[in-house]
Write a protein that binds this ligand. Structure first.
Ligand code: SF4
Length: 211
């Protein structure tokens, strides 16, 4: 675990690297964001952004997607990994939104997690991004960076989430979340992290153990 002083240092540096941290998935409504995040499982945001304009043009609302022909949805999202499962998930999710929430995306992590294709990470990301909730969705980047920087030694995303909620108490998690994601995506990459130019070397566990 890190000291408060080191945590401030980490986020000051991340803010210096990424002064305008934000979601890299394109969307214009809560419904679109929810669908885009479901589609982003094991897939880059860039790739998701290449199929969603067409998808949301044909199915702009939960009602439209709930009535969709699965084969047609599959055709639109075919370039994504696991497109068949994802097509089923998003159509079922849209049906559940209509049946249970009048077509609206609920501002509730537990309720969101009951929707098709929605796990804890997706529910946290959507509530933080759309409703400003102080949640943190632990994806592969946040999981890795948190371990490297000594913010958590949790073995599962849920344990890392719990550690981060403790370690980052009082901070704006919906912003810190994107700082950690962007740092992991572009700087502290899984393979060949840019340690040479990193200002966090002195407090980084990974650097201490590998160099
Ligand atoms: S020193 Fe390397 S591993 Fe540590 S945070 Fe910086 S880039 Fe990541």
């Amino acid at each position: 675990m890190q000291t408060k002083e080191n945590i401030d240092k980490i986020f000051e540096y991340l803010k210096e690297l990424f002064p305008n941290p934000k979601c890299e998935l394109n969307y214009s409504t809560a419904f679109e964001l929810l669908i885009a995040v479901i589609l982003s499982a094991q897939c880059t945001d860039k790739r998701v952004n290449s199929v969603t304009p067409k998808l949301f043009e044909v199915y702009p609302t939960a009602k439209d997607l709930a009535q969709a022909d699965i084969a047609q949805v599959e055709d639109i999202i075919r370039s994504l990994g696991f497109f068949r499962n994802k097509a089923k998930s998003i159509v079922n999710c849209a049906k559940q939104l209509i049946e249970q929430f009048d077509g609206q995306v609920p501002n509730d992590v537990e309720k969101l997690q009951k929707l098709s294709g929605v796990g804890r990470k997706t529910a946290n990301v959507v509530t933080a991004e759309v409703f400003g909730a102080n949640n943190i969705g632990v994806d592969t980047h946040i999981f890795r960076v948190s371990h490297r920087l000594g913010l958590s030694d949790g073995k599962t995303p849920l344990l890392v989430e719990k550690d981060l909620l403790k370690q980052l108490q009082g901070r704006q998690l919906n912003i810190d979340h994107y700082l950690l994601v962007l740092f992991g995506r572009y700087h502290c990459k899984a393979v060949k992290p840019n340690c040479k130019e990193c200002k966090l070397k002195s407090i980084c566990l990974y650097y201490k153990n590998n160099f």
